[in-house]
Design a protein around this ligand. Structure first.
Ligand code: PLP
Length: 385
């Protein structure tokens, strides 16, 4: 078996999650809206999962809408806020959001006349809160900002941001897809109107996510049809997926409650320390900012990232360059470009993202091959200094 360091793209399903899901792919196949026992069993399982996700996020279960992805949650939140008040035609976001936020907003700007402000970040991927404050004008419908960046792992002070945004009278949406299950936070103290999570980022299944909608926050369904999810998301629910999401949330809560993320941070820091000690001309993007425990965004001077990736893949080590959805693109990462990363590292960056399933032995195995891989990539890229 290879070594998997691409957990920000997706995580392996926890075996306990799979166990929890299996009955709902076999005998308990009922439609949760059906008026018989098959239906009620499926419905009860969905409601149990809702409680479990609510416990992870620190919110009442009924505030959660199950979705099929983080992408869906983000699109739903943004549209809901923009459609709510025709007098408010401005949205504030950042230049380093996931493309499902950026492209949604670009479409609204280009086709619906919404003014979109893309806040810049500094060289460490940090946001300037004074600039944010100035950007939130009375005609601002929504501020949409991520909790943790998927490429660098840089964390933003979302509680402070939410307070600031709410005090200026706008709605606040947090894309917490890379944050949930990885760092502790609670909607009891984070005053978001909308918050998005996705199960496959924390050892749950793909195709199952949730959107938190605060009481009183405007809401327009993205999908119309049946009355599933209390009329907030039509379409027969993905029962097994939702059950898996619920189990993954329960396990993530247990992991955070014993400070599992701090152990993961030690493993990440150990890997980072060895890379910095053993390989010259490398940089960690966002090293001076607070970061989620699992991520390293590593610039390797003079080494083309496709070569690094291919050489590692040949040796059965899975890492990535940018977010998985953009890996087919030849353009440099918009996140690193926004951080002003110098050309030397812009197309020479690997993302290593760990999870609670990784072990020290895998880090050691990586460090056996990585120096050779870097030398080979530098030779092939003609990338001396
Ligand atoms: N937001 C962030 C920050 C992400 O990293 C991702 C996925 O990589 C998404 C949203 C989209 O989530 P999903 O893959 O569930 O659509």
């Amino acid at each position: 078996m290879g070594v998997y360091f691409d957990n920000n793209a997706t995580t392996p399903l926890d075996p306990q999650v799979l166990e929890a899901m299996l009955p709902f792919l076999r005998d308990c196949f009922g439609n949760p809206s059906s008026p018989h026992q098959y239906g009620s069993r499926a419905k009860a399982a969905i409601e149990e999962a809702r409680e479990s996700v609510g416990a992870l996020l620190g919110c009442a279960a009924e505030r959660l809408v199950f979705t099929c992805s983080g992408t869906e949650g983000n699109n739903t939140a943004i549209l809901s806020a923009v459609l709510a008040d025709p007098g408010k035609r401005r949205v504030v976001t950042s230049a380093v959001e996931h493309h499902c936020v950026l492209r949604r907003l670009e479409y609204l700007r280009d086709h619906m006349g919404v003014e979109v402000v893309f806040l810049p970040v500094d060289g460490q991927g940090r946001l300037d809160l004074d600039r944010l404050r100035q950007a939130v004008t009375p005609d601002t419908a929504l501020v949409s900002l991520m909790g943790a960046n998927n490429e660098t792992g840089v964390l933003w002070p979302v509680e402070e941001i939410a307070g600031l945004v709410k005090s200026r009278g706008a709605l606040f949406h947090c894309d917490a897809v890379q944050l949930a299950g990885k760092e502790p936070f609670s909607l009891r103290t984070l005053a978001a109107d909308y918050l998005t999570i996705s199960g496959h980022k924390f050892h749950g299944p793909k195709g199952a996510g949730a959107l938190y909608v605060a009481r009183g926050a405007p809401f327009t369904p993205l999908l119309f049809g049946g009355m599933q999810e209390s009329g907030r998301r039509a379409g027969t629910q993905n029962v097994a997926g939702i059950v898996g999401l619920g189990k993954a949330a329960e396990l993530a809560r247990a992991f955070l409650s014993v400070s599992g993320h701090e152990k993961l941070r030690e493993l990440r820091d150990h890997l980072e320390g060895r890379i910095l000690a053993e390989i010259d001309d490398v940089v960690i993007h966002g090293w001076a900012a607070p970061r989620i425990a699992n991520t390293i965004s590593l610039g390797v001077g003079g080494a083309p990232q496709e070569v690094l990736l291919a050489e590692l893949s040949d040796r059965d080590f899975a890492v990535s360059t940018t977010s998985a959805c953009e890996s087919a693109s030849v353009a440099p990462s918009h996140v690193l470009a926004a951080m002003g990363v110098p050309d030397r590292y812009l197309r020479s960056t690997l993302r290593l993202s760990l999870s609670r399933q990784n072990a020290i032995e895998e880090v050691e195995a990586f460090m056996v091959v990585f120096p050779q891989v870097v030398s080979a990539a530098r030779r092939l890229g003609g990338g001396g200094r």
